[in-house]
Unconditional design. Structure first.
Length: 216
């Protein structure tokens, strides 16, 4: 059974940049946003020639790719899907003229299938799913941060419930370039296995996350 991690955060809070410390030789990057990565030199690390980069937002093709990597690419230890939101939006836009219940049910099923597959691959694989967040405020002023979704069906599923590790990216000090992962709930859906991390906030370096989860 593969390990699955969900990383959420607002745009510009370091979600993609946190992946910069992964080894390109053992990483397969699925760029669902199709916008490229966010650090200097990434094109030399992830490309068609290296066979470790796939621009795609089609959920069926992504599922096929995930299982293909699991079965045929033993050198790959980490799969990154960046972001789940664009997979949702792509499906929604492609079917925007359709009306009715089935469209939203199909959308929920496709995202659920990707998240479920993230836990069903080769034992030595880790799948990192990246998504945007949204912060809701109620009438009393209480604020809560969770994954941003399309459609009420996905809200009912609660995507975060399918992951044992959910990290929230935050910019702690933009002036000094300090970005962190929130590892435990703080008016949010953040969570991680007990004892995996000593601090509620850790630097947004995915290698620190993988190291902390080694025993889990």
């Amino acid at each position: 059974m593969s390990k699955a991690i969900l990383i959420i955060g607002e745009s510009g809070n370091g979600k993609t940049t946190a992946m910069r410390t992964l080894d390109p030789k053992t990483t397969y990057y699925i760029d669902a946003d199709k916008k490229g990565l966010t650090w200097k030199g990434w094109r030399k690390q992830y490309n068609d020639e290296n066979k470790n980069y796939f621009k795609c937002s089609d959920s069926e093709k992504i599922l096929k790719c995930m299982y293909g990597v699991s079965e045929k690419r033993p050198e790959i230890k980490t799969i990154v899907i960046d972001t789940l939101n664009w997979i949702m939006l792509d499906d929604e836009f492609n079917r925007m003229k359709e009306k009715g219940y089935d469209k939203w049910l199909d959308l929920a099923i496709s995202i659920r299938a990707i998240c479920a597959a993230a836990k069903q691959l080769r034992d030595d694989l880790t799948v990192i799913c990246i998504a945007h967040s949204q912060t809701d405020r109620d009438d009393s002023g209480y604020m809560f941060t969770r994954m941003k979704t399309s459609g009420k069906k996905l809200d009912k599923i609660s995507v975060e419930s399918m992951f044992s590790t959910v990290l929230i990216c935050r910019c702690k000090d933009a002036e000094n370039g300090e970005y962190v992962f929130e590892t435990q709930a703080n008016n949010s859906t953040a969570k991680s296995p007990m004892g995996a991390f000593e601090e509620v906030e850790i630097p947004n370096d995915i290698q620190l996350v993988l190291k902390g989860l080694e025993d889990y």
